[in-house]
Design a protein around this ligand. Structure first.
Ligand code: ATP
Ligand code: MG
Length: 440
Protein backbone atom coordinates (compact mmCIF):
# COMPACT_ATOMS: atom_id res chain seq x y z
CA UNK A 1 0.00 0.00 0.00
CA UNK A 2 1.21 3.48 -0.87
CA UNK A 3 0.78 5.94 1.97
CA UNK A 4 -0.08 8.69 -0.53
CA UNK A 5 -3.24 6.69 -1.33
CA UNK A 6 -3.96 5.14 2.05
CA UNK A 7 -6.74 6.61 4.18
CA UNK A 8 -4.82 7.44 7.34
CA UNK A 9 -6.32 10.50 9.05
CA UNK A 10 -3.63 11.03 11.71
CA UNK A 11 -3.91 13.86 14.23
CA UNK A 12 -1.01 16.10 15.24
CA UNK A 13 -2.68 17.34 18.40
CA UNK A 14 -3.31 15.08 21.36
CA UNK A 15 -7.09 14.66 21.62
CA UNK A 16 -8.20 16.08 24.96
CA UNK A 17 -11.15 13.73 25.46
CA UNK A 18 -8.89 10.67 25.68
CA UNK A 19 -7.81 9.82 29.22
CA UNK A 20 -5.53 6.86 28.57
CA UNK A 21 -2.63 6.32 26.23
CA UNK A 22 -4.22 3.64 24.02
CA UNK A 23 -7.25 5.81 23.33
CA UNK A 24 -5.03 8.81 22.56
CA UNK A 25 -2.81 6.81 20.24
CA UNK A 26 -5.73 5.15 18.44
CA UNK A 27 -7.23 8.57 17.70
CA UNK A 28 -3.88 10.11 16.76
CA UNK A 29 -3.03 7.19 14.47
CA UNK A 30 -6.42 7.47 12.72
CA UNK A 31 -7.50 3.96 13.69
CA UNK A 32 -11.04 4.73 14.82
CA UNK A 33 -13.60 7.50 14.72
CA UNK A 34 -16.11 7.92 17.53
CA UNK A 35 -19.70 8.17 16.25
CA UNK A 36 -21.51 8.34 19.59
CA UNK A 37 -20.51 7.58 23.18
CA UNK A 38 -18.84 4.16 23.13
CA UNK A 39 -19.61 3.56 19.42
CA UNK A 40 -16.81 3.63 16.86
CA UNK A 41 -16.14 3.34 13.17
CA UNK A 42 -13.01 1.37 12.38
CA UNK A 43 -10.83 3.10 9.80
CA UNK A 44 -8.39 1.13 7.60
CA UNK A 45 -5.42 1.03 10.01
CA UNK A 46 -7.60 0.03 12.97
CA UNK A 47 -9.63 -2.39 10.90
CA UNK A 48 -6.49 -4.21 9.80
CA UNK A 49 -5.46 -4.79 13.42
CA UNK A 50 -8.97 -5.81 14.46
CA UNK A 51 -9.07 -8.35 11.61
CA UNK A 52 -5.67 -9.81 12.53
CA UNK A 53 -6.69 -10.24 16.16
CA UNK A 54 -9.97 -11.88 15.14
CA UNK A 55 -8.04 -14.24 12.85
CA UNK A 56 -5.70 -15.41 15.63
CA UNK A 57 -8.72 -15.95 17.88
CA UNK A 58 -10.44 -17.91 15.10
CA UNK A 59 -7.42 -20.13 14.39
CA UNK A 60 -7.03 -21.07 18.05
CA UNK A 61 -10.76 -21.70 18.51
CA UNK A 62 -10.75 -23.96 15.45
CA UNK A 63 -7.63 -25.76 16.67
CA UNK A 64 -9.35 -26.43 20.00
CA UNK A 65 -12.30 -28.02 18.19
CA UNK A 66 -14.83 -25.17 18.26
CA UNK A 67 -16.87 -24.54 15.10
CA UNK A 68 -17.61 -21.08 13.75
CA UNK A 69 -21.17 -19.90 13.17
CA UNK A 70 -22.62 -16.40 12.91
CA UNK A 71 -25.64 -15.42 14.93
CA UNK A 72 -27.42 -12.08 14.38
CA UNK A 73 -26.93 -8.97 16.50
CA UNK A 74 -30.69 -8.48 16.91
CA UNK A 75 -32.57 -11.04 19.00
CA UNK A 76 -36.23 -11.54 19.92
CA UNK A 77 -37.06 -10.69 23.55
CA UNK A 78 -39.02 -13.94 23.74
CA UNK A 79 -35.84 -16.03 24.00
CA UNK A 80 -34.66 -14.03 26.99
CA UNK A 81 -38.01 -14.45 28.70
CA UNK A 82 -37.47 -18.21 28.49
CA UNK A 83 -34.25 -18.00 30.50
CA UNK A 84 -35.63 -15.34 32.81
CA UNK A 85 -32.89 -12.88 31.91
CA UNK A 86 -35.05 -10.38 29.99
CA UNK A 87 -36.03 -8.52 33.13
CA UNK A 88 -32.85 -9.30 35.08
CA UNK A 89 -30.45 -7.81 32.56
CA UNK A 90 -31.57 -4.26 33.31
CA UNK A 91 -30.52 -1.07 31.62
CA UNK A 92 -27.41 -2.47 29.96
CA UNK A 93 -29.68 -4.16 27.42
CA UNK A 94 -30.67 -2.05 24.43
CA UNK A 95 -34.34 -2.84 23.85
CA UNK A 96 -35.93 -2.21 20.46
CA UNK A 97 -39.47 -2.44 19.14
CA UNK A 98 -39.99 -3.30 15.48
CA UNK A 99 -42.80 -1.97 13.22
CA UNK A 100 -45.10 -4.78 14.34
CA UNK A 101 -44.58 -3.79 17.97
CA UNK A 102 -42.52 -6.92 18.55
CA UNK A 103 -39.96 -6.62 21.31
CA UNK A 104 -36.41 -7.13 20.16
CA UNK A 105 -32.99 -6.40 21.61
CA UNK A 106 -29.43 -5.85 20.45
CA UNK A 107 -27.62 -8.88 21.86
CA UNK A 108 -25.27 -8.30 24.80
CA UNK A 109 -24.34 -12.04 24.67
CA UNK A 110 -25.80 -15.19 23.07
CA UNK A 111 -26.42 -17.99 25.61
CA UNK A 112 -30.15 -18.04 24.90
CA UNK A 113 -29.86 -17.96 21.13
CA UNK A 114 -27.27 -20.72 20.91
CA UNK A 115 -29.34 -22.86 23.28
CA UNK A 116 -32.31 -22.35 20.95
CA UNK A 117 -30.18 -23.52 18.01
CA UNK A 118 -29.14 -26.60 19.96
CA UNK A 119 -32.74 -27.28 20.97
CA UNK A 120 -33.85 -27.12 17.34
CA UNK A 121 -31.10 -29.43 16.07
CA UNK A 122 -29.56 -31.71 18.68
CA UNK A 123 -31.52 -34.90 19.25
CA UNK A 124 -29.33 -37.36 21.08
CA UNK A 125 -26.29 -37.56 23.32
CA UNK A 126 -24.47 -38.66 20.16
CA UNK A 127 -24.76 -35.07 18.88
CA UNK A 128 -22.44 -34.03 21.72
CA UNK A 129 -19.92 -32.71 22.49
CA UNK A 130 -20.22 -29.53 20.44
CA UNK A 131 -18.66 -26.12 20.82
CA UNK A 132 -20.09 -23.34 18.64
CA UNK A 133 -18.61 -19.86 18.48
CA UNK A 134 -19.02 -16.64 16.59
CA UNK A 135 -17.23 -13.31 16.33
CA UNK A 136 -19.97 -10.73 16.38
CA UNK A 137 -20.77 -7.21 17.58
CA UNK A 138 -22.42 -6.90 20.97
CA UNK A 139 -24.19 -3.98 22.56
CA UNK A 140 -24.18 -3.19 26.26
CA UNK A 141 -25.44 0.19 27.32
CA UNK A 142 -22.58 0.72 29.78
CA UNK A 143 -23.19 3.48 32.35
CA UNK A 144 -19.78 4.93 31.68
CA UNK A 145 -18.37 4.02 28.30
CA UNK A 146 -14.75 5.14 28.44
CA UNK A 147 -11.17 4.49 27.48
CA UNK A 148 -12.12 4.30 23.81
CA UNK A 149 -12.67 0.78 22.51
CA UNK A 150 -11.71 -0.75 25.86
CA UNK A 151 -15.09 -0.05 27.38
CA UNK A 152 -17.36 0.65 24.46
CA UNK A 153 -21.09 0.19 24.17
CA UNK A 154 -20.86 -1.57 20.83
CA UNK A 155 -17.90 -3.96 20.81
CA UNK A 156 -16.66 -7.03 18.98
CA UNK A 157 -16.60 -10.24 20.99
CA UNK A 158 -15.72 -13.83 20.29
CA UNK A 159 -18.15 -15.96 22.24
CA UNK A 160 -18.12 -19.75 22.25
CA UNK A 161 -20.66 -22.10 23.81
CA UNK A 162 -19.99 -25.71 24.72
CA UNK A 163 -22.51 -28.55 25.12
CA UNK A 164 -21.58 -31.80 26.84
CA UNK A 165 -23.33 -34.93 28.07
CA UNK A 166 -22.00 -34.71 31.62
CA UNK A 167 -19.95 -32.64 34.03
CA UNK A 168 -16.70 -34.46 33.21
CA UNK A 169 -17.15 -33.72 29.52
CA UNK A 170 -17.97 -30.10 30.30
CA UNK A 171 -14.81 -29.83 32.37
CA UNK A 172 -12.79 -31.05 29.40
CA UNK A 173 -14.48 -28.50 27.12
CA UNK A 174 -13.65 -25.83 29.69
CA UNK A 175 -10.04 -26.96 29.80
CA UNK A 176 -9.79 -26.86 26.02
CA UNK A 177 -10.89 -23.24 26.01
CA UNK A 178 -8.61 -22.46 28.94
CA UNK A 179 -5.55 -23.70 27.05
CA UNK A 180 -6.73 -22.15 23.77
CA UNK A 181 -6.97 -18.79 25.55
CA UNK A 182 -3.44 -18.94 26.90
CA UNK A 183 -2.20 -19.73 23.39
CA UNK A 184 -4.36 -17.07 21.74
CA UNK A 185 -3.08 -14.25 23.91
CA UNK A 186 0.51 -15.52 23.81
CA UNK A 187 0.42 -15.36 20.00
CA UNK A 188 -0.37 -11.66 20.35
CA UNK A 189 2.65 -11.22 22.59
CA UNK A 190 0.51 -10.97 25.73
CA UNK A 191 0.81 -12.75 29.05
CA UNK A 192 -2.83 -13.15 30.02
CA UNK A 193 -3.12 -14.39 33.59
CA UNK A 194 -6.05 -16.68 34.43
CA UNK A 195 -7.73 -15.61 37.66
CA UNK A 196 -10.55 -17.29 39.55
CA UNK A 197 -13.63 -15.13 39.06
CA UNK A 198 -17.19 -14.68 40.17
CA UNK A 199 -19.69 -15.88 37.61
CA UNK A 200 -21.89 -12.76 37.80
CA UNK A 201 -25.10 -12.53 35.73
CA UNK A 202 -24.09 -15.51 33.55
CA UNK A 203 -24.30 -17.72 36.64
CA UNK A 204 -22.55 -21.02 37.29
CA UNK A 205 -19.87 -22.85 39.18
CA UNK A 206 -16.47 -22.32 37.64
CA UNK A 207 -15.04 -19.26 36.00
CA UNK A 208 -11.72 -17.64 35.10
CA UNK A 209 -10.96 -14.18 33.87
CA UNK A 210 -7.90 -13.71 31.68
CA UNK A 211 -6.18 -10.51 32.66
CA UNK A 212 -3.19 -8.68 31.27
CA UNK A 213 -1.21 -6.30 33.46
CA UNK A 214 -1.37 -2.61 32.56
CA UNK A 215 -1.17 0.52 34.69
CA UNK A 216 -4.46 1.80 33.33
CA UNK A 217 -6.35 -1.46 33.97
CA UNK A 218 -9.71 -1.17 35.68
CA UNK A 219 -9.14 -4.08 38.10
CA UNK A 220 -6.73 -4.29 41.01
CA UNK A 221 -4.96 -7.65 40.84
CA UNK A 222 -2.49 -9.69 42.91
CA UNK A 223 -0.20 -12.08 41.10
CA UNK A 224 2.65 -14.47 41.80
CA UNK A 225 5.34 -12.83 39.65
CA UNK A 226 6.68 -16.28 38.71
CA UNK A 227 3.68 -16.71 36.42
CA UNK A 228 5.20 -14.04 34.20
CA UNK A 229 8.27 -16.24 33.60
CA UNK A 230 6.17 -19.04 32.09
CA UNK A 231 6.36 -19.71 28.37
CA UNK A 232 2.69 -19.86 27.42
CA UNK A 233 3.31 -21.05 23.90
CA UNK A 234 4.87 -24.14 25.39
CA UNK A 235 1.52 -25.82 25.97
CA UNK A 236 0.10 -29.16 24.89
CA UNK A 237 -2.05 -28.82 21.80
CA UNK A 238 -3.48 -32.33 21.78
CA UNK A 239 -6.94 -31.17 22.67
CA UNK A 240 -8.21 -34.74 22.95
CA UNK A 241 -5.74 -35.58 25.70
CA UNK A 242 -8.04 -35.21 28.71
CA UNK A 243 -5.40 -35.79 31.39
CA UNK A 244 -2.76 -33.71 29.59
CA UNK A 245 -5.06 -30.71 29.33
CA UNK A 246 -6.12 -31.02 32.95
CA UNK A 247 -2.45 -31.07 33.95
CA UNK A 248 -1.80 -27.92 31.93
CA UNK A 249 -4.76 -26.15 33.53
CA UNK A 250 -3.62 -27.30 36.98
CA UNK A 251 -0.13 -26.02 36.28
CA UNK A 252 -1.25 -22.57 35.21
CA UNK A 253 -3.79 -22.20 37.99
CA UNK A 254 -1.26 -23.23 40.62
CA UNK A 255 0.19 -19.70 40.68
CA UNK A 256 -1.47 -17.25 43.02
CA UNK A 257 -3.52 -14.81 40.90
CA UNK A 258 -6.62 -12.97 42.07
CA UNK A 259 -8.67 -9.90 41.40
CA UNK A 260 -9.67 -7.63 44.27
CA UNK A 261 -12.93 -9.51 44.92
CA UNK A 262 -11.21 -12.89 45.23
CA UNK A 263 -8.01 -11.72 46.90
CA UNK A 264 -6.99 -13.65 50.01
CA UNK A 265 -4.41 -11.45 51.73
CA UNK A 266 -3.28 -14.17 54.14
CA UNK A 267 -2.63 -16.74 51.42
CA UNK A 268 -0.98 -14.14 49.19
CA UNK A 269 1.34 -12.96 51.99
CA UNK A 270 3.11 -16.33 51.87
CA UNK A 271 4.55 -15.34 48.52
CA UNK A 272 6.64 -12.61 50.12
CA UNK A 273 8.52 -10.65 47.49
CA UNK A 274 7.03 -12.73 44.67
CA UNK A 275 3.65 -11.09 45.23
CA UNK A 276 2.95 -8.43 42.65
CA UNK A 277 0.23 -5.91 43.29
CA UNK A 278 -0.78 -4.39 39.98
CA UNK A 279 -3.63 -3.33 37.74
CA UNK A 280 -5.10 -5.39 34.96
CA UNK A 281 -7.34 -5.41 31.90
CA UNK A 282 -9.80 -8.30 31.41
CA UNK A 283 -9.39 -9.61 27.88
CA UNK A 284 -11.27 -12.87 28.24
CA UNK A 285 -13.67 -14.65 30.57
CA UNK A 286 -14.73 -18.30 30.63
CA UNK A 287 -17.63 -19.90 32.48
CA UNK A 288 -18.93 -23.36 33.27
CA UNK A 289 -22.55 -23.04 34.30
CA UNK A 290 -23.95 -26.57 34.04
CA UNK A 291 -27.58 -26.83 33.00
CA UNK A 292 -28.63 -23.27 33.80
CA UNK A 293 -29.79 -22.45 30.25
CA UNK A 294 -30.41 -25.96 28.93
CA UNK A 295 -32.77 -26.75 31.83
CA UNK A 296 -34.56 -23.38 31.71
CA UNK A 297 -35.06 -23.59 27.97
CA UNK A 298 -35.99 -27.26 27.75
CA UNK A 299 -32.93 -28.54 25.87
CA UNK A 300 -33.31 -32.28 26.51
CA UNK A 301 -31.62 -35.03 24.50
CA UNK A 302 -31.97 -38.77 24.19
CA UNK A 303 -29.58 -40.44 26.64
CA UNK A 304 -27.54 -43.64 26.05
CA UNK A 305 -30.07 -45.97 27.72
CA UNK A 306 -33.42 -44.49 26.80
CA UNK A 307 -33.06 -41.87 29.55
CA UNK A 308 -32.97 -38.09 29.06
CA UNK A 309 -29.88 -35.90 29.10
CA UNK A 310 -29.86 -32.18 29.85
CA UNK A 311 -26.58 -30.89 28.37
CA UNK A 312 -23.94 -29.26 30.56
CA UNK A 313 -22.88 -25.94 29.11
CA UNK A 314 -20.15 -23.35 29.30
CA UNK A 315 -19.53 -20.01 27.60
CA UNK A 316 -16.25 -18.39 26.66
CA UNK A 317 -15.72 -14.74 25.70
CA UNK A 318 -12.82 -12.77 24.28
CA UNK A 319 -12.96 -9.00 23.89
CA UNK A 320 -11.67 -8.73 20.33
CA UNK A 321 -12.08 -4.95 19.99
CA UNK A 322 -10.95 -4.36 23.58
CA UNK A 323 -7.74 -6.22 22.72
CA UNK A 324 -6.77 -3.53 20.21
CA UNK A 325 -6.61 -1.00 23.05
CA UNK A 326 -5.16 -3.50 25.51
CA UNK A 327 -2.31 -4.35 23.14
CA UNK A 328 -1.42 -0.67 22.85
CA UNK A 329 -1.53 -0.26 26.64
CA UNK A 330 0.92 -3.16 26.85
CA UNK A 331 3.21 -1.98 24.06
CA UNK A 332 3.96 1.67 23.26
CA UNK A 333 6.50 4.41 23.95
CA UNK A 334 6.53 8.21 23.88
CA UNK A 335 6.51 8.24 20.08
CA UNK A 336 3.61 5.90 19.51
CA UNK A 337 2.41 2.33 19.18
CA UNK A 338 4.73 -0.71 18.98
CA UNK A 339 2.74 -3.55 17.39
CA UNK A 340 3.77 -7.15 17.90
CA UNK A 341 4.36 -8.56 14.40
CA UNK A 342 1.42 -10.97 14.65
CA UNK A 343 -1.19 -8.19 14.78
CA UNK A 344 0.63 -5.30 13.06
CA UNK A 345 -1.49 -3.51 10.44
CA UNK A 346 1.37 -3.80 7.92
CA UNK A 347 4.49 -5.93 8.08
CA UNK A 348 6.88 -3.04 7.52
CA UNK A 349 7.08 0.60 6.52
CA UNK A 350 9.25 1.88 3.68
CA UNK A 351 10.32 5.50 4.05
CA UNK A 352 11.56 7.34 0.99
CA UNK A 353 13.34 10.36 2.45
CA UNK A 354 13.63 12.20 -0.87
CA UNK A 355 10.68 11.63 -3.14
CA UNK A 356 11.56 13.10 -6.58
CA UNK A 357 15.23 12.12 -6.34
CA UNK A 358 15.74 9.55 -9.12
CA UNK A 359 18.06 7.25 -7.16
CA UNK A 360 15.85 7.28 -4.03
CA UNK A 361 12.67 6.72 -6.04
CA UNK A 362 14.23 3.81 -7.91
CA UNK A 363 15.57 2.15 -4.79
CA UNK A 364 12.43 2.66 -2.72
CA UNK A 365 10.32 1.45 -5.65
CA UNK A 366 12.43 -1.69 -5.97
CA UNK A 367 12.25 -2.31 -2.23
CA UNK A 368 8.48 -1.87 -2.27
CA UNK A 369 8.01 -4.29 -5.17
CA UNK A 370 10.28 -6.91 -3.63
CA UNK A 371 8.77 -6.57 -0.15
CA UNK A 372 5.29 -7.04 -1.64
CA UNK A 373 6.43 -10.05 -3.64
CA UNK A 374 7.95 -11.54 -0.48
CA UNK A 375 4.60 -11.22 1.30
CA UNK A 376 5.91 -8.64 3.79
CA UNK A 377 2.83 -6.42 3.34
CA UNK A 378 4.71 -3.09 3.18
CA UNK A 379 3.32 0.42 3.67
CA UNK A 380 5.34 2.71 1.39
CA UNK A 381 5.60 6.33 2.49
CA UNK A 382 5.90 7.97 -0.93
CA UNK A 383 4.56 11.35 0.22
CA UNK A 384 6.48 14.60 -0.27
CA UNK A 385 6.67 15.33 3.45
CA UNK A 386 9.72 16.23 5.55
CA UNK A 387 11.88 13.41 6.87
CA UNK A 388 10.83 14.40 10.39
CA UNK A 389 7.14 14.12 9.57
CA UNK A 390 7.65 10.74 7.94
CA UNK A 391 9.58 9.32 10.88
CA UNK A 392 6.96 10.65 13.28
CA UNK A 393 4.13 8.97 11.31
CA UNK A 394 5.97 5.65 11.14
CA UNK A 395 6.77 5.70 14.85
CA UNK A 396 3.18 6.67 15.68
CA UNK A 397 1.54 3.84 13.71
CA UNK A 398 4.01 1.37 15.16
CA UNK A 399 4.88 -1.05 12.32
CA UNK A 400 7.50 -3.51 13.59
CA UNK A 401 10.11 -2.54 10.95
CA UNK A 402 11.04 0.63 9.08
CA UNK A 403 13.15 0.49 5.91
CA UNK A 404 14.59 3.92 5.26
CA UNK A 405 15.89 4.96 1.84
CA UNK A 406 17.93 8.19 1.65
CA UNK A 407 20.32 9.76 -0.88
CA UNK A 408 23.48 8.42 0.78
CA UNK A 409 22.21 4.87 1.04
CA UNK A 410 20.78 4.96 -2.47
CA UNK A 411 24.29 5.76 -3.75
CA UNK A 412 25.89 3.01 -1.63
CA UNK A 413 23.12 0.50 -2.41
CA UNK A 414 21.99 0.20 1.21
CA UNK A 415 18.85 0.84 3.24
CA UNK A 416 18.60 1.55 6.92
CA UNK A 417 16.62 -1.10 8.79
CA UNK A 418 15.10 0.13 12.03
CA UNK A 419 13.34 -2.13 14.46
CA UNK A 420 10.48 -0.14 16.03
CA UNK A 421 10.84 -1.96 19.33
CA UNK A 422 14.12 -0.84 20.88
CA UNK A 423 14.99 1.37 17.91
CA UNK A 424 18.11 -0.55 16.78
CA UNK A 425 19.28 0.54 13.31
CA UNK A 426 21.43 -1.29 10.78
CA UNK A 427 22.58 -0.45 7.24
CA UNK A 428 22.30 -3.29 4.74
CA UNK A 429 21.59 -4.20 1.14
CA UNK A 430 18.00 -4.59 -0.07
CA UNK A 431 18.43 -8.37 -0.20
CA UNK A 432 19.84 -8.56 3.32
CA UNK A 433 17.07 -6.30 4.62
CA UNK A 434 14.33 -8.44 3.08
CA UNK A 435 15.96 -11.61 4.39
CA UNK A 436 16.21 -10.04 7.85
CA UNK A 437 12.48 -9.23 7.88
CA UNK A 438 11.42 -12.54 6.41
CA UNK A 439 13.43 -14.36 9.07
CA UNK A 440 12.14 -12.25 11.96
P1 ATP B 1 -16.19 -6.27 32.36
O1 ATP B 1 -15.98 -6.95 33.69
O2 ATP B 1 -14.95 -5.65 31.80
O3 ATP B 1 -17.38 -5.36 32.33
P2 ATP B 1 -17.76 -8.47 31.57
O4 ATP B 1 -17.42 -9.37 32.67
O5 ATP B 1 -19.04 -7.77 31.58
O6 ATP B 1 -16.57 -7.42 31.35
P3 ATP B 1 -17.99 -10.69 29.71
O7 ATP B 1 -19.45 -10.80 29.73
O8 ATP B 1 -17.19 -11.68 30.44
O9 ATP B 1 -17.58 -9.22 30.16
O10 ATP B 1 -17.52 -10.52 28.20
C1 ATP B 1 -16.41 -11.19 27.62
C2 ATP B 1 -15.32 -10.21 27.20
O11 ATP B 1 -15.84 -9.14 26.41
C3 ATP B 1 -14.67 -9.52 28.38
O12 ATP B 1 -13.65 -10.33 28.93
C4 ATP B 1 -14.10 -8.27 27.73
O13 ATP B 1 -12.83 -8.55 27.16
C5 ATP B 1 -15.09 -7.96 26.63
N1 ATP B 1 -15.98 -6.85 27.00
C6 ATP B 1 -16.95 -6.86 27.93
N2 ATP B 1 -17.56 -5.67 28.02
C7 ATP B 1 -16.93 -4.86 27.11
C8 ATP B 1 -17.09 -3.50 26.71
N3 ATP B 1 -18.03 -2.72 27.26
N4 ATP B 1 -16.28 -3.01 25.75
C9 ATP B 1 -15.34 -3.79 25.17
N5 ATP B 1 -15.14 -5.07 25.50
C10 ATP B 1 -15.92 -5.61 26.46
MG1 MG C 1 -16.19 -10.67 33.02
Amino acid sequence: MRLSQFFLPTLKETPTEAQIVSHRLMLRAGMVRQQAAGIYSWLPLGHRVLTKIAQIVREEQDRAGAQEILMPTIQPAELWRESGRYDDYGKEMLRITDRHEREMLYGPTNEEMVTEIARASFRSYRDLPKNLYHIQWKFRDEVRPRFGVMRGREFLMKDAYSFDVDAAGARHSYNRMFVAYLRTFARMGLKAIPMRADTGPIGGDLSHEFIILAETGESAVYVDSHFLDQNLLDLPVDYDDVAGLQAAVDRFTSFYAATDEKHDATAAAQLGERLLSARGIEVGHIFYFGTKYSAAMGLTLQGPSGDKVVPEMGSYGIGVSRLVGALIEASHDDNGIIWPASVAPFGCGIVNLRVGDAACDAMAGELYAKAKAAGLDPLYDDRTESAGAKFATMDLIGLPWQLVVGPRGAKAGTVEVKERKGGAKLEMSIEAALARLAGA
